[in-house]
Ligand binder design. Structure first.
Ligand SMILES: Nc1ncnc2c1ncn2[C@@H]1O[C@H](COP(=O)(O)OP(=O)(O)OP(=O)(O)O)[C@@H](O)[C@H]1O
Ligand SMILES: [Mg+2]
Length: 259
């Protein structure tokens, strides 16, 4: 039996994301086994697990790309697999590879989601430029993806995800391809944006440091995806080297990796 997430559901309010006793199999492969957790509105939660643990599968369930084999998934109270259209503007996703279109400039990439949602062109452009400014990319608005550094491309990708003003941001290994310093700066920027605009964020990472630095709550998953450990890092855990190390080692032990 996996432990169930024991964090309180905020003020009895509907959580932004709820997975209740989920199983998900692909043929004979069990990707998720009895997984339950929720993400409250305004929370930043990190999914930490080894490769193949079923993290992306959980994200796909939240996006409504497929339904669970067993259990209940709710996003803002809706079933994402059924209410896919209604949730289109609620959820945005940032991926490990930035998925920018090479023939569109940075601003044209950022406004794309808005155009798909049928926002008028001038308004879409205005919002795209605002988000480029928020991620410090104004100077790169008219450059093409191949003219940007890896960090700039990830920033553009995040601006694109945020431009549709989603309530929920899902990030799948968004920072893992960047060097340590770039990744750290971007994580700090993203946390700031999420808090400032009161977004809800679930982000996948395999780096323990990323999770401690960014998350209100860390869910450590075993394979197939099931909850092994849940931790809520405090400000002290982030700033005090010894505390950081203790939490890091505890998570590493749960993951079964060398610290
Ligand atoms: N569409 C699919 N069809 C068949 N098997 C799948 C499918 N999607 C995922 N799986 C399997 O489910 C398991 C979990 O995969 P998933 O991609 O969710 O892991 P992950 O935790 O995101 O791994 P990584 O850290 O490598 O991205 C794996 O064994 C994978 O092969
Ligand atoms: Mg994955």
């Amino acid at each position: 039996m996996s432990p169930q997430s024991n964090a309180a559901i905020q003020n009895g309010e509907e959580p932004a994301i709820l997975l209740d006793s989920i199983n998900k199999s692909f043929g004979s492969v069990v990707a998720i086994e009895n997984l339950s957790f929720h993400v409250n509105k305004g929370e930043i939660v990190s999914f930490l697990g080894r490769t193949g643990a079923g993290k992306s599968t959980a994200l796909n369930l939240i996006m409504g790309n497929f339904g669970p084999t067993k259990g209940r998934v709710r996003v803002m109270g809706m079933d994402p697999n059924k209410d896919f259209k209604k949730l289109r503007q609620t959820i945005s996703v940032g991926f490990q590879t930035d998925r920018l279109l090479p023939w569109r400039t940075t601003v044209e990439n950022v406004e794309l989601g808005l155009l798909i949602l049928r926002e008028p062109k001038a308004q879409a452009r205005e919002k795209a430029l605002e988000w480029l400014d928020r991620v410090n990319l104004t100077a790169a608005a008219n450059l093409y993806p191949h003219e940007l550094s890896g960090g700039m491309r990830q920033r553009a990708s995040l601006a694109r995800a945020l431009a549709i003003d989603p309530e929920i941001l899902l990030l799948d290994e968004c920072f893992s391809q960047l060097d340590h310093v770039t990744s750290q700066t971007l994580r700090a920027d993203v946390s700031e944006v999420i808090r400032k605009y009161n977004k809800t964020c679930l982000f996948i990472t395999h780096r323990i440091d990323d999770a401690i630095e960014m998350a209100d709550r860390i869910l450590v998953l075993g394979a197939p995806a099931r909850l092994l450990l849940e931790e809520s890092p405090t400000e002290e855990d982030r700033t005090d080297r010894d505390k950081f190390r203790i939490l890091h080692d505890k998570i590493a032990a749960a993951l079964g990796v060398d610290a």
